[in-house]
Write a new protein. Structure first.
Length: 256
């Protein structure tokens, strides 16, 4: 199924998009590369610019972008003519889950470095060059992330929230991955553990009671409110906790 998706992506790219990140991420150091004669959509809201060119330095970074008429190609640079193609910035998917689903069946036993890498390559084939995985990663993800940072990955870059924080007895989380909390102390400890792993955020989580009696709703809202208040110290460290004032007492914590 994933191989078929990759095939479809490649066919689409051949017709519509030349994406710099997908084309050149993961390649070893080499002479500069010049892309020319494409239409640039730069993501700023400006109109598409036909007749554009850019230079990718030997470190893999874009060093110049402009009209092809002003192009000064470095000596020895490889030149790729992209006439009829479009170049856009790499896309970012800000909320995904890796390795959990296979043929519409969700199971944490599917998670593995190989499965995650295969999915990350699919994202790259679609032009997504970075992803934020929200709260369902096993610890092997940190090794994968560190390996990416040490080189030039050929798949989408990982930004992980580790194991998300879920209120005990509520909706959310993945058994075997997430450890639910029920007190402010447990919540603070959970955030500390994730921060020590170098997560980019504590994953947004939520909990809700049923629409039953108001007594249970009040108790639930009070508990989650206490947890949120206890964790306010993380605001200064980039962690934002917030309570939803809805009748079922949803709560979340995320980093921006």
């Amino acid at each position: 199924m994933l191989k078929q998706r990759l095939h479809n992506c490649a066919a689409l790219a051949a017709v519509a998009i030349a994406l710099v990140g997908a084309l050149f991420a993961g390649t070893p150091a080499q002479a500069a590369t010049v892309l020319k004669n494409f239409t640039l959509i730069d993501g700023t809201g400006a109109a598409p610019t036909a007749g554009s060119a850019l230079i990718i330095g030997d470190n893999g970074r874009i060093t110049w972008v402009g009209p092809v008429a002003q192009l000064k190609a470095p000596a020895g640079a490889k030149t790729v003519d992209l006439a009829g193609k479009f170049v856009i910035p790499g896309l970012i998917d800000g909320h995904i889950h890796l390795g959990l689903v296979k043929d519409q069946v969700a199971d944490t036993n599917f998670e593995s470095p190989a499965a995650d890498t295969e999915e990350l390559k699919v994202y790259a084939a679609y032009g997504v060059t970075a992803v934020a995985v929200y709260g369902t990663d096993k610890d092997f993800i940190f090794g994968m992330r560190d390996k990416q940072r040490a080189g030039r990955p050929s798949e989408a870059r990982i930004f992980t929230a580790g194991q998300g924080i879920v209120f005990k007895g509520s909706y959310g989380g993945t058994p075997g991955v997430n450890t639910p909390v029920s007190t402010p102390e447990e919540a603070v400890k959970a955030v500390d553990e994730q921060a020590a792993k170098g997560v980019v955020s504590t994953a947004k989580t939520s909990g809700s009671t049923t629409s039953g009696g108001s007594a249970s709703q009040s108790a639930y809202t009070g508990s989650t409110s206490s947890i949120a208040n206890a964790a306010l110290k993380y605001v200064g460290a980039g962690y934002v906790w917030g309570g939803n004032a809805s009748s079922v007492g949803n709560w979340d914590c995320s980093s921006f």
